[in-house]
Design a binder for this molecule. Sequence first.
Ligand SMILES: Cc1ncc(COP(=O)(O)O)c(C=O)c1O
Length: 408
Amino acid sequence: MTRGPEGAVVPPPAVPAGRGAVSSVIRESLAYSARENMVSFAGGLPAPELFDADGIRASYDRVLSRAAGRVLQYSTTDGDPDLRTALAERLTGRGLPAEPGSLLVTSGAQQALWLLAGTLLEPGDVVIVENPTYLAALQCFQHAGAKVVAAPTDRHGIVVEALDDLVTRHQPKLLYLVPNFQNPTGHTLPVGRRQELARLAATRGFWIVEDDPYGELSFHRSAPDWIRMDPVAADRVLLVGSLSKVIAPGLRLGWLLAPEPVRDLCVRAKQALDLHTSAVDQAAVADYLANNDLDAHLKRVRAEYLRRCTSLLAGLPDALPAGSTWNVPEGGMFVWARLPAGHDAVALLPHTVEQGVVYVPGAPFFATDADPRTMRLSFTTHEPDVITEGLARMARAFDQIQQPEVNE
Ligand SMILES: Cc1ncc(COP(=O)(O)O)c(C=O)c1O
């Protein structure tokens, strides 16, 4: 029993969760984004004007006219059978033969990550992550009490040679990867490294969580094969996908493809969490996939994102201080930039905000050894002319700041 300052009995304290202090930098950036006339490169949002609202509305109309009693009723935890069939067909079409029964529909990919962390990890278990990585995955692992170990990355993603040694030292239970157009770096893991990782997982006995919300946003050619497609590691790769970036994130629809024992554990955990993902949303999206050409839609989205990415890349040399570097993504939503020595992207943010442009500092995405010079720039939500204006504002902000005199 706990007593407060006046001697009254008070409820027990809540358990503090994860990385509130660090992620507040991101919350702050997103709050700035909402200000009037701000040009925001901060969000990780799909372009709203590209949502197929008419097509989605028609699907809701159809399922509510034809099957209201079913789609407004409680449903099964595994997910709508029609949606799982449609998702399995898309996977099969992309070269990964999948059965609807191997899929679990989740409330966004985020829920799949939470379920996997909750079912596979015990406090103290080691999870290896790319450094930097997707912040909300780190939060899932930390909530599960796991010890997160950061693996070094280069401009292609995780460095496999370094991983070998980390596996020996830490005996990880799980390796978490975003191999395609990664968040936050935009990196894409080359085929050779995927094969080496599959071999390593097979010989050293750990799970790979392959999180792929961006794979269908490739600008030029298809993204490389999933690690899950390598027969060497098919029984230990847990593939997570999402409809957020290909249809709309407000639907909150994702999926998990996992071997039966893991899928079953996740189904049981999901039962306790939310019983099932919204039945009407699943039914509407199953109808949408049956009656629309998602690939044609994605072709338009990809072309538009490429146009916006190209305009961001074209403007960066004049916007960022001399000596800055950045990657050229092959798809997805993000450019990852690094300012010259002595700069701190967190400290600089208020100055760019004053000029009316906001980005996300890169530091919070690092599990350890945060690089203060990094920033994530999303190119998806603005037309090229707005991107150009945002970059002009950024240039003004950097011009006004006294440049640090640091020799590397
Ligand atoms: C790497 C990564 N995984 C998962 C998610 C969550 O996606 P969803 O909207 O499907 O929950 C995101 C969202 O931005 C992401 O970047």
